[in-house]
Design a protein around this ligand. Structure first.
Ligand SMILES: Nc1nc2c(c(=O)[nH]1)N[C@H]1C(S)=C(S)[C@@H](COP(=O)(O)O)O[C@H]1N2
Ligand SMILES: [Mo]
Length: 252
């Protein structure tokens, strides 16, 4: 299904179950409780709002499914990536010793962390599924640093509401709210299965957001920006983003 026809299909389904006027009522309620996603405008807006508000009210702290080791996919599927740029190749040539994750925006202590710095935080691993909107998925073990630990170390300001994350692959960036940014399963993953995170899977560092579809798990992450507003940073609304037209909130 094309992006547009898929979205029409989902919205039609929601409208049929909730009733179009019910959707509008739900959207107004969500607004009153501050549970409106940043892509709530336009004709699909009420559907997006209903999904997001429902998830945040009912399942804010729920966990993504974790799998037993025996379910790890033998041949995980790496989505095709564009050729990476010269600065990536230079970093790769140096074994990523000079790779840095920059954390800026609404934090009292901005930071620039090497992979070694990241590995000095507590380590968490999880066996979860990458689910692509195009219909394939695989299960892998992800090992890394919980995002909330890094955010805590940088002392987020109380007004912070979102984290925007950027990649060395310039088209790829996305954003999540604090419920996902502070969720225990949201990892800055630097290892996968039995070794370092391979470049094909986003190495040396990728954000794993297992409660949302694969496109939110951006590879080659090198900057986190903490913010109170997503103005200009909603991939779903940016024609230059590969995630343009998909839902900003892609809960699974
Ligand atoms: N930098 C970057 N991140 C990315 C992508 C990409 O092409 N570039 N593809 C996204 C999509 S659409 C999916 S489904 C997952 C796929 O993850 P995988 O390559 O480990 O299968 O990564 C996401 N993160
Ligand atoms: Mo995807």
């Amino acid at each position: 299904m094309s992006k547009i026809s898929r979205r029409k299909f989902v919205t039609a389904g929601l409208a049929a179950t909730a009733g179009v006027s019910g959707l509008a009522v739900a959207a107004n309620l969500a607004k009153r409780y501050g549970l409106v996603p940043p892509d709530s405008g336009g004709i699909y807006g009420p559907g997006e709002t209903l999904t997001y508000a429902g998830q945040r009210l009912l399942a804010r702290n729920s966990l993504a499914r974790e799998f037993p080791r025996s379910m790890i996919s033998k041949i995980p599927f790496a989505n095709e990536i564009p050729p990476l740029n010269e600065s990536f190749k230079r970093l790769q040539g140096g074994g990523f010793a000079n790779w840095r994750l920059v954390i800026d925006g609404m934090v009292a202590r901005p930071a620039s962390l090497s992979l070694a710095d990241l590995k000095s935080f507590s380590v968490r691993s999880q066996i979860t599924e990458v689910v692509c909107e195009e219909g394939w998925s695989y299960v892998a073990e992800w090992i890394g640093t919980p995002l909330f630990e890094v955010l805590r170390a940088c002392e987020m300001l109380p007004e912070a509401r979102y984290v925007v994350y950027f990649s060395i692959d310039p088209d790829w960036w996305d954003s999540i709210d604090m419920a996902d940014a502070q969720h225990p399963q949201t990892l800055l993953a630097w290892a996968m299965n039995d070794g370092d995170l391979p470049v094909a899977f986003g190495g040396p560092l990728r954000l794993r957001v297992p409660r949302q579809l694969g496109y939110k798990s951006v590879k080659f992450v090198n900057r986190l920006m903490v913010t109170d507003s997503l103005k200009g940073f909603v991939s779903a609304l940016d024609p230059k983003s590969p995630n343009f037209g998909y839902s900003w909130y892609a809960g699974i």
